[in-house]
Design a protein around this ligand. Structure first.
Ligand SMILES: [Zn+2]
Length: 112
């Protein structure tokens, strides 16, 4: 469960904090949080999203991972945590075997 304490030093309104907690509490440990989904969440405005991510990161509630997608067939591939993606030298799509561009990734956050 996320608590409002995580926003102690974050300059967003009380209303945004409450809405963010309500949104975050739909997530369980091990699930992935996509930054775009925060923006798309009904009650949270775009300019508040970076502050929510900052609070999650500062409080070590999430682990940052990189999510690679094959640009040829758009098939998804796995996410890799920092220790793993720093070791990656090449990556191939499991569906079409095409080489995946390692500079083309989406940052995702895994809930701890
Ligand atoms: Zn592919």
């Amino acid at each position: 469960m996320f608590s409002i304490d995580m926003f102690k030093n974050i300059p967003i309104s009380e209303e945004n904090k409450i809405n963010a907690i309500e949104f975050l509490n739909h997530y369980k440990s091990g699930q992935y949080l996509y930054p775009n989904v925060i923006i798309r969440s009904v009650k949270i405005s775009k300019d508040v999203q970076p502050w929510i991510l900052k609070a999650l990161i500062d409080n070590q509630l999430v682990e940052e991972e990189r999510y690679y997608r094959c640009s040829r067939c758009a098939s998804s591939t796995a996410s890799y945590c920092k220790e793993e993606y720093e070791m990656l030298e090449d990556l191939y799509c499991e569906i079409c075997d095409d080489e995946i561009n390692l500079d083309d990734y989406e940052v995702v956050y895994r809930i701890k």
